[in-house]
Design a protein around this ligand. Structure first.
Ligand SMILES: [Zn+2]
Length: 409
């Protein structure tokens, strides 16, 4: 058994309570055996002791909305069309690495990579955050997953779109995805900023299709539905149809916020992508200006209404991979959260959305040792976690992945 003792640190355990100023975390193999005040820490023998020099220990963070297959500002989504499939897999190596080294130990990829990438990471073939995958996105013809370009090119399959226009088609395609082993079913119940043929205020898959897909996911191992929904008709369909998470949710109303609270549905507000225009298509640039403003203005009411908020960024589409935790500070800046609330959104609440809260999301005895050491005190300034220079140490399942702090030199 390997024992590691992290000491001389401030503990922010993810539960949202006041940090413990002089704390110790003991890791035995891949699990936490103690997290609390140094005074109460158990005696250990043959342990590796790491002095964290007064910095802060947080749980491993989540980004529940990424697209690892997309290049961010490092390329154009259209360029992927001219690359062989195998080349695109090798591009994932660096994206996975920078994401993990940013302190994100779990990500949910909501269209693009397949379950094989998840399995390769789990098997230790490549380094990266633990992955949950949707593989594809379902929408109706002409909807957000339909990438028929006016000139006649069809990019739908390339981006991972699947078109379903009837309840029966929706059920069949949802079951096919479950058969491949996806963790979550991604749908688009509104139009999108990036898609070439529609507007965010358009209705995407309508409520009866959402409901049918939710039902199939439930039958097939209880797989949740994540709904891309920006404009009001799409959010209505997603909330009323029973999606577990509303991705974006920019046009939410108080009535729908109330329903989300009652139903226990999550909001993933993707604020980081609202800081820069979406340049994936010329249409996207124009649309993003309007919708990003709405996003920044509406999140405060969702936080105030008590909607469960998880952190997701659309990394790969607009934000670059590895910049994920900028989202945490934006929940304070635009959402009015306290820094501790924002950290809880990025850890405990996101783990709950991913149904991993029994093993991840907080630093408690028995949980997996995903640990991030942050320079300074992020419970006073949540923006600290968004700068990778402050991510001093990243541990995933008890193994050190990066040590910028030089603690183990
Ligand atoms: Zn997305």
């Amino acid at each position: 058994m390997t024992t590691t003792v992290l000491h001389n640190a401030r503990l922010i355990d993810g539960n949202g309570g006041a940090p413990i100023p002089d704390a110790t975390v003991v890791i035995e193999d891949d699990k936490i055996s103690y997290a609390g005040s140094s005074a109460g820490a158990p005696a250990t023998k043959d342990a590796t002791s790491i002095d964290l020099e007064g910095n802060s220990i947080c749980p491993g963070f989540f980004d529940v909305h990424v697209h690892l297959y997309l290049p961010g500002t490092k390329g154009s989504p259209l360029m992927t069309a001219v690359l062989p499939e195998s080349f695109r897999y090798f591009q994932l190596i660096e994206r996975l690495k920078v994401t993990l080294e940013a302190g994100v130990t779990t990500v949910r990829d909501l269209m693009g990579v397949d379950v094989g990438v998840r399995e390769a990471i789990a098997a230790g073939l490549i380094e990266g955050p633990r992955l949950l995958v949707a593989e594809k996105m379902l929408s109706q013809s002409g909807g957000h997953a339909d990438f028929h370009i006016v000139a006649g090119v069809d990019g739908t399959r390339l981006v991972g779109g699947v078109l379903v226009d009837t309840v029966d088609e929706a059920r069949v395609e949802a079951r096919k995805l479950c058969r491949t082993g996806v963790d979550v079913i991604k749908i688009a119940s509104s139009g999108g900023v990036t898609s070439p043929n529609d507007q965010p205020e358009y209705l995407g898959v309508r409520e009866e299709l959402v409901e049918a897909i939710v039902e199939e996911g439930q039958h097939y191992g209880g797989r949740p539905v994540a709904a891309h929904a920006i404009g009001l008709p799409g959010i209505e369909a997603a909330v009323n149809g029973g999606a577990r998470s509303i991705e974006h949710g920019y046009a939410l109303t108080d009535e729908l916020r109330k329903k989300m609270v009652e139903n226990g549905q999550f909001l993933v507000p993707t604020l980081l992508e609202t800081l820069k225009p979406d340049t994936a298509t010329p249409q996207a640039r124009a649309k993003s200006e309007k919708w990003h403003k709405i996003a920044q203005e509406s999140i405060r009411a969702s936080v105030a209404a008590g909607v469960k908020i998880a952190t997701g960024t659309d990394a790969g589409l607009v934000p670059d991979h590895g910049t994920n935790l900028g989202e945490v500070g934006l929940l304070v800046r635009f959402g009015g959260m306290t820094p501790l609330q924002a950290i809880t959104a990025g850890t405990k609440t996101s783990a709950e959305l991913c149904e991993l809260d029994d093993v991840l999301g907080t630093l408690e005895t028995g949980k997996l040792a995903d640990v991030v050491v942050v320079k300074g005190d992020p419970s006073q300034d949540a923006d600290l976690v968004g700068d990778n220079d402050n991510i001093l140490l990243v541990i995933k399942e008890g193994k050190i992945k990066i040590d910028r702090g030089g603690f183990t030199d």
